[in-house]
Design a protein around this ligand. Structure first.
Ligand code: FEO
Length: 402
């Protein structure tokens, strides 16, 4: 069913209950997702974003509950990625006089992805499109989530349609944030920010500042994934600012892969030591824990210690894949350290340290490399090493608070 989100503005998107992987296999969508399209009905009719290819019939059915799709005058593509732009051809086929509206940079993405031959209008920050009583106003938002991204704003409804920003990968029958379990909502919002938007943290801070300077009044934020923020919508903006600044608590992750169990034994001892310093700790074996979960948990943690045995003088593959993910994401204001067990020759620990540094994570103590199976003395050494890391977390948090 089409769902009103403001006067004569309707959610007409699609819910994908089944999807479990996004961006290839890099994002585990544990709770599915939604592709949100919004229909603005005025003297002229505008559709803001579409849905993933394969969901076009669901969206067109919802549009038809409100208006004949042939009446659509404008199809606004806030972003060229195919989870939002994939159904543009289906809409344009049903709305023969519609104009496709997009940013200058979207000429590249949409131009390569979609067939051409439609009427187009390129817009930039400050451009407006009057629909009658309502006006669409555009604000370019490069890298949130692609260079082509932009926000659409309807001042008459104080309604911000920011596409990927402020979203969550969450399939639900409810359409509003205040209708879903807050624990689930924030878990998905956090994972979404951590896994998608972390590399753009500085740009997020600048964009929030720009929106504040423009004095946009915001009563509702309707992203293109997940639920709509209508009660206290600025809560998600304020949370984005905290995440983008790298604000974190006294919490550490111990992430490890093991071959014969000795690195796992070290991981547990290290975790015990971290906890003894008064720091909350979470232990994640990989690949039993997917990267999306680890990266999501890291967002509000100050530190991460990563462990791997040495195999062929390298770290094990699932730890290597996680490190590759972190290098791309570049988490903000984190500290880290490496540990691991080896047999005949080592090598994994310095390699992990190198990768942590490449990810922008400050390596704050020498790695802990043990051989074969930890003796009771070595286990105690691992506990002490973990405690020292916990203390480094507390120190860096207190320095930041000063
Ligand atoms: Fe939801 Fe960047 O696409």
């Amino acid at each position: 069913m089409a769902v009103p989100i403001a006067e004569n503005v309707y959610w007409v998107g699609a819910v994908d209950w089944e999807v479990r992987h996004f961006h290839g296999y890099s994002y585990h969508t544990h709770r599915g997702t939604s592709y949100n399209a919004y229909l603005v009905v005025d003297e002229r009719v505008a559709l803001i974003d579409t849905v993933m290819r394969g969901f076009e019939d669901e969206m067109l059915r919802r549009i038809a509950e409100v208006v004949d799709p042939a009446r659509i005058d404008y199809v606004v593509a806030n972003h060229g990625e195919l989870d939002h732009a994939g159904a543009i051809p289906a809409v344009m086929a049903r709305a023969p006089h519609a104009i496709l509206v997009h940013s200058k940079r979207a000429a590249d993405s949409l131009g390569k992805y979609l067939p051409d031959g439609w009427k187009r209008q390129v817009v930039g920050t400050g451009d407006t499109l009057p629909l009658g009583r309502k006006t669409l106003t555009f604000l370019e938002a490069p890298m949130l989530h692609w260079p082509d991204s932009m926000f659409t704003y309807i001042p008459e409804d104080k309604l911000l349609l920011p596409n990927d920003a402020f979203g969550q990968h969450l399939a639900s029958s409810e359409r509003f944030a205040d209708q879903v379990d807050p624990a689930v909502l924030w878990d998905e919002a956090r994972k979404y920010f951590a896994n998608i938007l972390t590399p753009f943290s500085k740009l997020i801070l600048r964009k929030v500042e720009e929106v504040q300077q423009m004095g946009l009044e915001i009563a509702t934020i309707a992203p293109s994934h997940g639920v709509v923020w209508r009660e206290n919508p600025m809560q998600i903006v304020e949370q984005y600012v905290r995440w983008a600044r790298g604000e974190a608590g006294a919490k550490a992750l111990v992430v490890y892969e093991t071959m014969w169990g000795s690195t796992a034994e070290m991981a547990h001892a290290v975790a015990e030591g971290i906890a003894s310093a008064g720091v909350k700790v979470r232990v994640f074996p990989v690949p039993q824990t997917d990267h999306t979960t680890v990266v999501g948990e890291l967002l509000e943690a100050k530190g991460i210690v990563v462990g791997s045995p040495t195999h062929n003088r390298r770290m094990l593959l699932n730890v290597a894949a996680l490190m590759e993910d972190l290098i791309g994401l570049r988490p903000v204001n984190k500290i880290g350290a490496a540990f691991g067990s080896h047999g005949w020759s080592g090598g994994a620990v310095p390699l992990i340290e190198q990768r942590l540094k490449e990810a922008g994570i400050e390596v704050v103590q020498e790695g802990l490399a043990l051989t074969w199976w930890p003796t009771p003395e070595e286990r105690a050494q691992a506990v002490a090493w973990g405690r020292a890391f916990g203390e480094r977390i507390l120190e860096s948090l207190s320095r930041r608070a000063e």
